[in-house]
Design a protein around this ligand. Structure first.
Ligand code: MTE
Ligand code: MO
Length: 358
């Protein structure tokens, strides 16, 4: 059944940056492609002929190789997994309420989504070409050229070899059982489960095995966590990798008017790296007391965990907050002011919506 296109909030058109409203994500294991956020750094979406596309695999490997899409599909076993992507800038607007972040996209709650991805394992491709013993990192290069570094540069990042060899990392050509759309990286994108969206390179063209992280702008300068008083610069701060435990309320919407009395609240929680979500707490008194939400089973090992809770809302305005706990006992911090950083990443402070009950 065709889904109605969601009302996306468009933050910019070139590059195209857009996010769905909470309601388009609520109560769905899979986010429809039409409602999946778009996060781009180049003004133009590459349009690549899948029949002409090739993937170059080189660097510290025994047998550098070039694969066509057909060769990838013939040579390596196909794998499908449900995986949540989340931009490191998701919920940045909450940090902007603490202090301004000039030039950064003011993402709300929607720079995240979950899809079923099909492709081959990056690990299988790397084993096929033979990785040198002194390799440590795998650079991933997209076809899109961005001006953000000051001079034109293809979108380039890297992941440590250990993650690149993990079975969950896919080179995917399909999203929710359809061919990957051009906007989401056709013909082939990387999917790096548990890691910030920036590492899941779209329009993949080249994989280079190295003995150091990529020098690409989006590895060496952007997507790095800086102390609050530091200025961004090459090699400064820490390159973000695994996602930090996060959660949000997806329904009712922030600012919604609802009938007083029992109200069903739903949302998602996502643990980063190889952690899992073990608990979600909800509070209507600013965190003085908490009730535990019910957790749905996960659609996949690397997908978000949907949760729901029934609250008894009194007439008037209630601010509802929620926080998730992961399997290492990690929990979301209360206050975005504790987290504010000069590029505005990783706002995983308590989720909140304000509801008006009548
Ligand atoms: N080639 C390329 N890959 C990219 C990007 C990009 O700008 N160019 N953006 C990254 C970021 S920051 C995120 S959060 C995800 C977004 O994927 P989506 O647009 O399919 O949601 O793609 C990542 N891969
Ligand atoms: Mo991102």
């Amino acid at each position: 059944m065709a889904t109605q296109p969601a009302e996306m909030t468009v933050h910019s058109s070139q590059p195209y940056n857009a996010e769905p409203p909470r309601s388009a994500l609520a109560d769905r294991e899979l986010t429809p492609v039409e409602a999946f956020y778009h996060r781009n750094h180049a003004p133009e979406t590459p349009r690549i002929d899948p029949a002409a596309w090739t993937l170059r695999v080189d660097g510290l490997v025994e047998r550098p190789a070039t694969f066509s899409l057909g060769a990838l599909r013939e040579r390596f076993a196909e794998h499908t997994d449900v995986v949540t992507l989340q931009c490191a800038g998701n919920r940045r607007s909450g940090l902007m309420e603490v202090a301004d972040l000039p030039g950064e996209t003011p993402w709300g709650p929607g720079a995240t989504g979950t899809a079923r991805w099909t492709g081959v394992r990056l690990a299988d491709v790397l084993r096929d070409v033979g990785v040198d013993p002194d390799a440590t990192d795998v650079e991933l290069v997209g076809a899109d050229v961005t001006d953000e570094p000051g001079e034109p540069e293809p979108y380039t990042v890297s992941v440590p070899l250990e993650k690149a060899l993990a079975p969950e990392v896919l080179l995917a050509w399909s999203m929710n059982d359809e061919l990957l759309p051009p906007a989401h990286g056709a013909p082939v994108r990387v999917v790096v489960p548990g890691w910030i969206g920036a590492r899941s390179v779209k329009w993949l063209e080249r994989v280079t095995v190295r003995d150091a992280p990529s020098d690409g702008f989006f590895q060496a300068v952007a997507y790095r966590l800086l102390p609050a008083d530091a200025a961004p610069g090459r090699g400064r701060g820490v390159a973000l990798g695994p996602i930090a435990v996060n959660a949000d309320v997806l329904a009712p919407d922030d600012g919604a008017e609802v009938p007083a009395g029992p109200t069903r609240l739903t949302g998602y929680a996502l643990a980063g790296g190889d952690r899992t979500i073990v608990r979600v707490d909800v509070s209507t008194d600013g965190g003085a007391s908490w009730v535990q939400a019910d957790l749905d089973p996960q659609a996949g090992r690397w997908s978000w965990r949907l949760w729901h809770a029934e609250l008894d809302l009194p007439v008037g305005t209630t601010r509802v907050v929620a926080r998730a706990w992961d399997s290492a006992g990690g929990v979301q911090p209360a206050d975005p002011a504790e987290l504010w950083n000069p590029k505005g990443y990783v706002n995983n402070s308590w989720a909140h919506v304000t509801l008006h009950a009548m």
